[in-house]
Design a protein around this ligand. Sequence first.
Ligand code: ADP
Ligand code: ZN
Length: 209
Amino acid sequence: MNLILLGAPGAGKGTQAEVICKEFNIPTISTGNMLRAAVKEGTEYGLKAKAAMDAGALVSDEIVIGILKDRIAQDDAQNGFILDGFPRTVPQAEALDEMGVKIDKVVEIFVPDEKIQKRMSGRRVCLDCGATFHTEYNPPKQEGICDSCGKELVVRKDDEPETVKSRLKTYHEQTAPLKDYYAAQGKLVSVEGQEEVADTSRLVLDALK
Ligand code: ADP
Ligand code: ZN
């Protein structure tokens, strides 16, 4: 089963991807994670990507389509996959179609902008091990310190309020049109993001039955 998770930044795509991954035993492919890894490694496209990411803008279609193509060609993706954060533009969706990748369903997780801004402002990440926390919804045992490795927690640069605003704008302008794109193919299902992660998961899994 090949799935796409659609939704604004901070709608909880990553969290729901993990749930689907366990339920159906298919890997999550997150272009955001792959790009962050490339930035960390300092690869050529990582350097190009960093500026766009820090500004809340999109990385070029050419770069993300390239890394996505390589990733879905790998062995573990042959029985299906969950795309988290791809496609984010109509040309990216068209590229998938042109590659002959058959998408079974597109699940949109809908969360209003105001809620997203609130969620993102409390997000804290450990730059060392990647663990994420939330000051209100998922606080670390000791404020500002990672539960897993004891390092300091920080606000990811693209989670700063001004950047979140840009990311939401980018989402509405460039990514939201994909709803029509996939609705026209009869593949779109929409789920409303709930306060409790587990409640959203139930809706998402129901939508996949
Ligand atoms: P979120 O879902 O929280 O917005 P991601 O981790 O999916 O964040 O992505 C982080 C950043 O990486 C995006 O803001 C964007 O700059 C870049 N990025 C990720 N996926 C894509 C994509 N498919 N096309 C263009 N840029 C992307
Ligand atoms: Zn850590």
